[in-house]
Design a protein around this ligand. Structure first.
Ligand SMILES: NC(=O)c1ccc[n+]([C@@H]2O[C@H](COP(=O)([O-])OP(=O)(O)OC[C@H]3O[C@@H](n4cnc5c(N)ncnc54)[C@H](OP(=O)(O)O)[C@@H]3O)[C@@H](O)[C@H]2O)c1
Length: 334
């Protein structure tokens, strides 16, 4: 195995133009770590926000004045190439997927991750490409984890990575889901099991007679004040973004202080537990990824630029090679 690999780095915060593909040493797995040969990764909104250093306070975690980590990327699917001492859970050749939420590093040909971290086996028969589904789903889980059967849930902007995952996770918990999306996504929402689908461009979604236990803004395009009339007494508003003038932060703090649970900007937790649960849902056919397009690793800066448009449908995949699996999914003739 080569001791150098290609990896994506940036010396400063900025747009896709500051990204650099570099040759760096292949990581050496330490005690309790796996070395994964990455077959597929994603570029998601967490990656683009990390590159921009947005929100500014996040730099306390990602580094100040420049990114503190060597290699970008949060998500991976691939095969175990090696393991450090004391790893018994996985063996070389295992097909795995997961997240690297603290150390990043998945936009590279190899990544070292803790074997007891956010990593699980790809279910038998699932192509590796269909396993890069965890990042958006992990964020979605924070908003829908308290849903119980029979509840009414409205997901505003259900066509992004978080919204598509939230729709499936809420349905899986037995909720009745109303999806509000643009006209090009209406059929997809029905395919994914939405009970009711509304085109946001008609402006009619806020006139609904239904009252909801949960209203989730999955794309940061509405606000609590625009939605509160749709909530049942005791219902909750969940956001994925700061909201106009940071309103979701302040309203969330107030809801926490008063214990009303009315507004929250949930941060995802327990990545290891969630990835394991997601593997079970995928194996049972209860969760699937929706993929917008794939980019070869050499064009990853273009993928960052596309994701920043805020117009992707679901997940943008990075084909790290050496597998042709990713290309085949999008172009069956190759
Ligand atoms: N670290 C972070 O800061 C962080 C991390 C993760 C997520 N987030 C936030 O989470 C949100 C969702 O992320 P994501 O990856 O799921 O989003 P995404 O994939 O970028 O969402 C894009 C989708 O939103 C739809 N959309 C655009 N404008 C809309 C509008 N006005 N109303 C309804 N739908 C609209 C687009 O469909 P059309 O083009 O057809 O309208 C597109 O399908 C983002 O706001 C992101 O900033 C932040």
């Amino acid at each position: 195995m080569a001791d150098r690999m290609r990896a994506l780095a940036a010396e400063r915060y900025g747009g896709p133009e500051v990204l650099q593909l570099r040759e760096v040493p292949v990581p050496v797995p330490g005690e309790g770590e796996l070395l994964v040969r990455v077959a597929a990764s994603t570029v998601n909104r967490t990656d683009t926000a990390t590159l921009r250093g947005y929100p500014f306070l996040a730099r306390l975690f990602t580094g100040f004045p420049r990114p503190r980590f060597d290699v970008f990327g949060h998500e991976f699917a691939g095969t175990v190439e090696g393991a450090g001492d004391s790893v018994t859970r996985f063996a070389p050749g295992d097909r795995v997927f997961g997240l690297s939420p603290d150390r990043f590093g998945t936009h590279a040909e190899f990544v070292a991750v803790p074997a007891d971290g956010a990593v699980a086996r790809v279910p038998d028969g699932h192509p590796l490409i269909e396993a890069v589904v965890a990042e958006g789903a992990w964020y979605a889980e924070g908003s829908v984890r308290d849903v119980v059967p029979g509840q009414e849930v409205l997901i505003y902007g259900a066509s992004g990575a978080i919204g598509i995952a939230a729709l499936q996770l809420a349905r899986d918990r037995g909720a009745r889901v109303t999806a509000v999306v643009g006209p090009r996504h209406l059929d997809l929402m029905r395919e994914l099991g939405a009970d009711s689908v509304i085109d946001y461009t008609t402006g009619t979604w806020s006139d609904l007679d239904t009252r909801f236990d949960l209203v989730m803004d999955a794309v940061g395009k509405t606000s609590y004040f625009a939605c509160r009339h749709l909530l049942k007494p005791g219902g909750g508003y969940r956001a994925t973004d700061l909201g106009p003038r940071g309103s979701n932060v302040w309203l969330g703090l107030w809801s926490g202080l008063t214990r009303s649970g009315r507004v929250a900007l949930p941060l995802p937790t327990d990545a290891p537990g969630f990835v394991t649960r997601l593997a079970g849902l995928m194996a049972a056919g209860r969760f699937r990824g929706v993929f917008d397009r794939a980019y070869p690793f050499e064009q990853i800066a273009d993928a960052y630029a596309y994701v920043e448009t805020g117009q992707k449908t679901g997940i943008v995949v990075i084909d790290m090679g050496p597998t042709a699996e990713v290309r085949r999914l999008f172009d069956p003739d190759t």
